[in-house]
Design a protein around this ligand. Structure first.
Ligand SMILES: O=C(O)[C@@H](CO)OP(=O)(O)O
Length: 244
């Protein structure tokens, strides 16, 4: 028996996705293409009759706006919303604001991929005086904001929110939409699908494609699929190739 439906949605293309810059906690907006991706995600939800009862997002504009546009397109703009820094993108440390292609050329393939996709090697910490630091940002005043994170750090800070805020909604049988980011969603997928620290390196989440999970009473996935599997696979391959 399935108990709840979970929909994971990475934000639509952001201005810095389009410029190929490491983004992390920098609060960039969506491009026009990203807005269109968000609306299409909502249309996919509506045509698949996957209608969210509650939304959980990060504190970042690109996820918040994606959820708004998608829910509007699905006529679910009115559902309750919860936001947490624990769903934020992975903090990319001193790489925030750096060009991915230039970083690849400067540091080489191995180091570039260790920073992007290794499980437990964080990028160098950001200097609080860096123009792309979040020091002094009021939304993080009361949280233990990191200076850099590896994916393992994201798993550690996202799972308390999973158990405390998302799971209770799922256990009530709700359809839960989580609008977040490439790496915070990779952390949740790693947990849900029990993916090893090695294999998670190969998982990429495309912008703007709803990923639906049907979960049993113990929150184990019974079924999971993108609502547009072919489009999602193509877009995920493009994420994997960023910087090349
Ligand atoms: O820059 C970032 O914050 C993330 C997501 O866009 O990039 P990557 O896919 O390289 O981890």
């Amino acid at each position: 028996m399935t108990i709840g439906t979970l929909v994971l949605l990475r934000h639509g293309e952001s201005v810095w996705n389009a410029k190929n810059l490491f983004t992390g906690w920098v609060d960039v907006d969506l491009t026009e293409k990203g807005e269109a991706e968000a609306r299409r995600a909502g249309e996919l939800l509506r045509s698949a009759d996957v209608l969210p009862d509650v939304l959980h997002t990060s504190l970042q504009r690109r996820a918040i706006r994606t959820a708004e546009l998608a829910l509007d397109a699905a006529d679910r703009h009115w559902i309750p919303v919860h936001r947490s820094w624990r769903l934020n993108e992975r903090h990319y440390g001193a790489l925030q604001g750096k060009d991915k292609k230039q970083t690849l050329q400067e540091y080489g393939e191995e180091q570039f991929m260790l920073w992007r996709r290794s499980y437990d090697i964080p990028p160098p910490p950001i200097d609080p005086a860096d123009e792309f630091s979040q020091a002094g940002d009021p939304r993080y005043a009361a949280v233990p904001a990191p200076l850099a994170e590896c994916l393992a750090d994201v798993v550690d800070r996202a799972l308390p929110y999973w158990y405390d805020a998302i799971v209770p909604d799922l256990l009530l049988g709700k359809t839960v939409l989580v609008a977040a980011h490439g790496n915070s969603l990779r952390a949740l997928v790693k947990h849900l699908d029990n993916i090893s620290a090695t294999d998670i390196a190969g998982l990429n989440i495309p912008t703007g494609f709803p990923l639906r999970y049907e979960l049993d009473e113990e929150l184990r996935p019974v079924k999971s699929e993108y609502l547009d599997p072919a489009g999602a696979a193509q877009a995920a391959a493009a994420v994997a190739n960023q910087g090349r």
